[in-house]
Every structure is written in C-alpha cells, then in structure tokens.
Write a protein that binds this ligand. Structure first.
Ligand SMILES: [Cu+2]
Length: 342
C-alpha cells in the first residue's frame, strides 16, 4: 500500500509539472485561420493526454527500478505470480475507449473544418518543380502570389504538374499534398490580415527548399483593387509608390515569386538551367548547333516559349506557362533584371 501511495503521488505531481510545462510553452506559430483554433484545441488535448501517459508509464517504471532494486544482502528470488484478469481487462478497455473517443473528436473537427460556406471562393493551387501558381477562376486571374480577402472561405483545389508536393501554411494549420493526376480539395478561412508563406513540405528535388510563395491576406477593398489591377481595369487613385517602380527590383521580386531563381542562379553557377549572370549579350549555342546572341527579343521568347530554343547541355524542363502567368510588362521587368546581371 505504501508503494501504491508513493506511485500515485509521483504521477500526480509529475503530470502537474509536465502539463504546466506543455501548456505554458507556446511552440506553434500564430493562429491565422478560423479552422486553426479547432485544430489547436484538438492538438492541445492530445498533448495533455500524452503528457499524462508519459508520466504514468515512466513514473511507474522509474519508481519500480528504485524501490524494488536488489538489496546488497538479499539473494532470494522475487515472488512468482501469473496473470491478473481484472488488470488486463482494465488496460485493454481504457485505452480502447480513449482511442475511440479521440477518433470521434477528430471526425467532429474534420467535419467542422471542411463544411462549405455559401460565399466561398475557388482557388486552384498548382505545384511544380519548384514554384506555386494560383488561379482564380471566378476572376480569370493567374498569380504567383496568393492574395486573399480576410474572412472569406477559400475552396482550394490542389494540383501538381510533376511530382508530389505539399501545400503547407503553418499559421493556417493547413498542410495537404498535391498529387500529379489527382485533384485534392481543402477549405480554409483566413482570419488574420498579414503576410505569410506557402512552403513545400514534401521533398521534391534540387530546389525544394526554395519552393516558397508569398501570401497576402488583406481587406476586401484591397483585394478588389488588386483584382482590378490584375485585370488591367483599375481606375481608382494611383497609389503613391506605383509611379516610381524600379524595374530591376520589380524583376528580381517576380523572378523570386515565379520560381525562376530555383533553376537559374545569378552568380555564374549552372543549376537546372543556365545562370543569368552575364547572359545578356552572350552568344548561346542551341541543341541544333546554331548560335544566337542574347537580346531582349530572345529573352522574351525564352520566357514565354521555352521550347522554341533549347540551350545545349540543358533539358527542356522549364515551365511553359509563364506567358499566361505574367503580363508583358512584368516580363519586361524580369528582362531588365536579367540585363542588370553583368
Ligand atoms: Cu515541392
């Protein structure tokens, strides 16, 4: 009885300390979606149960190791016993009920976070080695940044053009694979304005680590303005900074968000594609043996129609849809950026 009392005290105190620690530590990033709250609640409940079980198992084990260790002058054998039906039934039934209860809670949360809202907006997310693009069928827009109005549910359709990627936004508590040949759907309601990042959470080749895209969650008004600007029909007051765009800086930003820099270095080292350093004005040899001097027209063609001329020693793997993703003005900025890399 003395041992039972000691073990119970050990487990109560140990659990209290560990549960306090687990709940005080704030390891997760901020919560930026409506769904994240329920996910965090379920996750927290799991952590508490796991913390208790950890103390239960290790507490009993450590106590036994110390309390029942062999005494120096005692060479007798321990008591023999076999089986304990009540105990065995208890340690089968209790975990079974616990696991079933969590399965139930999990299915309730899953149902809640995947309910369709009446005004949800469709966005098609396409992953490819190594960039993301976002299509808004409702508006006829394609973008390399994910801009969304705060508070409106988004119905994401996830696709991949090549290998398995994973669409991951920690602040939204959202992660879902994109699988070639399949459409995956997931719903989410951004609840915080701000700038976040999409990361790829599935090792997908050389530049996997650079497969990032910027998310801007903004007010409905700002989103409407962005849509109009994208469509080229914006008539409101010109934003102050709009007049003084630095083409090279803009080109750099687009090259980064467009995923170009995952395949093209700017320091002279060849990656999957040729480096952009010193590219402008250089004479390139194509696969058919012919040569071409890199000028603006050639750069433009290489970007919108990469298959038209393949550089010797490289494969025809550059994405073919940059002409749809970028406006001619944006491609102009990228060309200015490439020209600046002498
Ligand atoms: Cu990826």
């Amino acid at each position: 009885m003395k041992h039972a009392r000691n073990v119970i005290i050990l487990i109560v105190v140990g659990s209290a300390v560990l549960l306090f620690g687990v709940n005080v530590m704030d390891l997760a990033p901020i919560v930026a979606s409506a769904e994240a709250q329920q996910v965090d609640w379920l996750f927290g409940l799991h952590m508490n149960v796991i913390a208790f079980l950890y103390v239960l198992v290790n507490g009993i084990m450590l106590y036994s190791v110390f309390a029942f260790r062999r005494k120096p002058d005692d060479d007798s054998e321990g008591a023999y016993f076999h089986g304990n039906t009540k105990l065995e039934i208890a340690w089968t039934i209790i975990p079974l009920i616990t696991v079933l209860f969590f399965a139930f809670l999990g299915s309730v949360v899953l149902r809640n976070v995947s309910l369709a809202a009446p005004n949800s907006m469709d966005v098609t997310v396409t992953g490819r080695q190594w960039s993301w693009t976002f299509e808004y069928p409702e508006y006829g827009i394609v973008s390399t940044e994910l801009n969304l109005p705060v508070g409106r549910q988004v119905n994401f359709k996830l696709q991949s053009e090549d290998v398995i990627h994973s669409f991951w936004v920690p602040e939204w508590r959202l992660k879902h694979d994109t699988v070639p040949g399949q459409d995956k759907y997931i719903r989410l309601t951004p609840s915080e304005e701000g700038v976040f990042k999409v990361r790829c959470a599935e090792m997908c080749g050389t530049s996997h680590a650079y497969m990032l895209a910027t998310i801007n969650v903004m007010s409905q008004e700002d989103f409407d303005i962005w849509v109009q600007k994208k469509l080229g029909v914006y008539e409101g007051p010109e934003g102050g900074e709009e007049g003084e765009v630095d083409p090279v800086a803009e080109g750099f930003a687009l090259s980064q968000s467009g995923g170009c820099l995952a395949c093209h270095s700017v320091d002279g080292s060849p990656l999957v594609g040729p480096t952009w350093k010193g590219l402008y004005g250089k004479t390139e040899t194509l696969t058919d043996g012919s040569t071409v001097v890199v000028d603006e027209a050639y750069l433009y063609e290489s970007i919108v129609d990469p298959s038209a001329s393949i550089i010797q020693g490289y494969a025809d793997v550059m994405p073919k849809n940059f002409g749809d993703i970028f406006s001619d003005q944006e491609i102009g900025y990228i060309i200015e950026y490439i020209k600046s890399l002498q």
